[in-house]
Design a protein around this ligand. Structure first.
Ligand code: WTA
Length: 657
């Protein structure tokens, strides 16, 4: 299952990067992060994290910072009690900032809404009362399947407020993907919208919910926000948001929950076909989300306007739109739509309109902006920007430099932040104002975080060496398990380096000669397409569920824009007609994958082949297929059960079959 780290990765030959960008004196002087943080954390890690936890309001203080006695199941801030939503909303109103805008919401069609903290408090309170009226309370699971509308954030915070776990499912996922996530988490309630705006047009969303709920008996009610005003079918489980929520009292007293009270489940792809429900809890998660957001983005709540372009369907939206920023009393932009609707300058128009000062996005989008051309951002006033961030996949130095020059006016620090759904918050990133940034490198673990690169035996590699990224100390926002599957949690993350007790992240990494970290992509069967994790097996199962497909193998091939693109090799069933490999059939297969998982999982390319390369034990050798997909000479075939298979595949592809 593991390939050697960095194999076939374009970053390999870019590791000679020697440019560095020291912070300006002005930036360093005003930076939230100070160089002493590293020393402080090293001197006493637990005391350091306890100090970070003081950023929050605790109803009851903890009596133990970390309980690691039942490793790998951590407990942080043991005995402490807090309400996460109170920390993100009410306390800012109580400290006199009720009139500060929390969210500048920008709809795709051009409608907008400014929501102050006082208003956010009222909206979240009403939604919390609505949940209570439906009998939803502590430990219940609520699936949220919504576009980027303010109600999605109200709904998440309302769940946190009453102690229910939200399970946000990306609005681009299919009915089938939604159903499995609802079923696995046994959600009692689904919150959705009638439709969503996508590339200028309203598209229905609720039909997918109807389909999913039909196969998910745990669901008792579906709350529907009216967004696009599209006509929707109605069932006796459905209730309109405006009818249920608007009439509720806007007063709600938050209850304090245990620091380890579960906050949310978020499903992510693993190496098998079944997505994993990553479980996060309250006190440690919020502590690290808040600490990292404050230091990595240098947020100044009174003057900054922050914008994270992620969708709340992903962990970045959870930690860096909802919990981190709101706990820090941010003023932020939330944008509903796509970056090229109605034109390719939409993001820069928004930056100019709101005076955005901190902008956090993904390399795939930066590379798309590069393709659209530097003349587009050049048309807008972007001088308000002072910190830029990147997340989701390795950022190539070329894109990094383009970003700094064309978006950051050649002056802004860029924070390349490495983390995962599982880590809950940023783990590796330069601290702006402290660290000289280096294009393409995520550089070093944050103060309080232990990360290193080790070889197969778990021994740290020297500077200049490569291997596997591991985390060697528990951290506050670490996942507390996989929903309903303790064994899978141990197996997936803790078995690879069990002797050393390391968390195995699944990423390959290198140290350069300065000891800075370079991430090299996944070393398992997980692909990273536009910063989204999709497992090869998930797409393979979708393909073989189509009646014409006998067998399928999927690989992630490098892609200039999306990082990796999905390339599928399929063997069709004997009975399939002569046109089976034709354009129509291929289209049908791509559509089938979109229906099973979602459009993001559609293969970029599907090749019909007579055979698949397998080892004697029957394992598909993806390495060889990746060679084909990336147009390289096919590597060593000696471990194949039948070494002529690759010739057959290549011959078939050349003859255009
Ligand atoms: C990749 C997203 C290189 C990595 C927050 C990781 C990155 C996976 C970076 C997690 C980065 C994320 N540089 N690779 N700055 N950030 N990754 O769970 O492979 O959607 O394991 O979390 O994305 O993806 P996830």
């Amino acid at each position: 299952m593991t390939q050697s780290p960095g194999q076939g990765n374009a970053l390999d030959n870019l590791l000679t990067e020697s440019r560095t960008f020291p912070p300006s004196d002005e930036f360093a002087a005003q930076a939230n992060a100070k160089p002493e943080l590293y020393e402080e954390a090293k001197a006493d890690r637990e005391a350091f994290w306890a100090k970070q936890a003081e950023r929050l309001h605790w109803d009851t203080k903890w009596n133990q910072v970390l309980d690691w006695s039942n490793a790998p199941f951590a407990k942080w801030f043991v005995g402490g009690k807090l309400n996460v939503a109170y920390n993100c909303v009410d306390r800012h109103v109580e400290s006199g900032h009720g009139e500060q805008v929390a969210i500048h919401w920008e709809g795709e069609p051009g409608d907008s809404r400014a929501i102050t903290y006082a208003e956010l408090q009222r909206e979240v309170s009403k939604a919390a009362n609505a949940l209570t009226s439906l009998g939803i309370g502590a430990e219940d699971r609520v699936a949220i399947y919504m576009p980027m509308v303010p109600e999605a954030i109200f709904a998440m915070l309302a769940c946190a407020r009453v102690g229910a776990l939200h399970n946000v499912v990306f609005g681009g996922f299919s009915a089938e993907a939604l159903r499995t996530r609802i079923q696995d988490s046994e959600a009692r309630l689904v919150i959705t919208t009638d439709g969503q705006y996508r590339r200028g047009n309203p598209a229905p969303l609720k039909p997918a919910v109807d389909e999913a709920v039909a196969g998910a008996p745990s669901v008792e009610k579906v709350i529907v926000v009216k967004r696009t005003d599209t006509e929707v079918a109605w069932t006796d489980k459905d209730v309109w948001w405006h009818e249920l929520v608007d009439g509720q009292s806007d007063q709600h007293t938050p209850e304090a929950f245990d620091a380890e009270h579960p906050l949310f489940i978020l499903y992510t792809s693993g190496t098998t076909g079944k997505p994993k429900g990553i479980l996060h809890t309250s006190g440690g998660y919020l502590t690290q989300a808040s600490y990292t957001h404050h230091n990595v983005f240098d947020l100044k709540p009174d003057t900054d306007v922050y914008w994270c372009t992620a969708d709340i369907g992903w962990v970045t939206g959870h930690s860096y739109i909802v919990y981190g920023p709101l706990s820090n009393r941010v003023t932020q932009v939330v944008y509903e739509g796509t970056p090229n609707t109605p034109h390719e300058g939409r993001h820069w128009e928004i930056v100019q309109k709101y005076g955005v000062s901190i902008y956090y996005t993904a390399p795939t989008l930066i590379r798309t902006f590069m393709k659209w051309g530097a003349d587009i951002p050049a048309k807008y006033d972007l001088s308000s920007l002072r910190v830029l961030g990147s997340v989701g996949e390795p950022i190539n130095p070329e894109a990094w430099i383009w970003y700094r020059e064309n978006v950051g006016g050649g002056k802004t620090p860029i924070v390349d932040t490495w983390w995962q759904t599982e880590t809950g918050a940023i783990m590796i990133s330069p601290l702006p104002g402290v660290v000289s940034t280096k294009p393409g490198s995520a550089q070093r673990p944050l103060p309080g975080i232990g990360a290193k690169v080790v070889n197969d035996e778990g021994v740290e590699v020297p500077h200049g060496g490569g291997g596997y990224l591991v985390l060697d100390e528990p951290w506050p926002s670490m996942l507390r398990g996989i929903w309903g599957d303790e064994e899978r949690y141990r197996d997936t993350y803790w078995s690879r380096f069990a002797d050393q007790g390391f968390y195995f992240a699944g990423d390959g990494a290198k140290y350069d000669s300065d000891g800075d970290l370079w991430l090299l992509g996944r070393v398992d069967d997980v692909m990273n397409v536009s910063g989204h994790r999709i497992s090869t097996t998930e797409v393979e199962s979708a393909l073989v569920s189509h009646p014409t497909v006998a067998e399928a193998a999927v690989v992630g091939a490098s892609d200039d824009t999306t990082g990796q693109g999905i390339v599928a090799f399929v063997i069709l069933r004997g009975g399939a007609g002569s046109d089976a490999g034709g354009a129509e059939a291929i289209k049908a297969l791509r559509d089938h994958v979109a229906k099973e998982i979602g459009p993001i999982a559609k293969p970029r390319q599907i090749m019909v082949v007579p055979e698949l390369p397998k080892t004697r034990s029957g394992k598909i050798m993806r390495r060889l297929l990746r060679d084909v997909a990336e147009n390289r000479a096919v590597g060593d075939v000696t471990t194949l059960a039948d070494s002529s298979v690759m010739d057959l595949i290549s011959a078939g592809l050349q003859s255009g079959k």
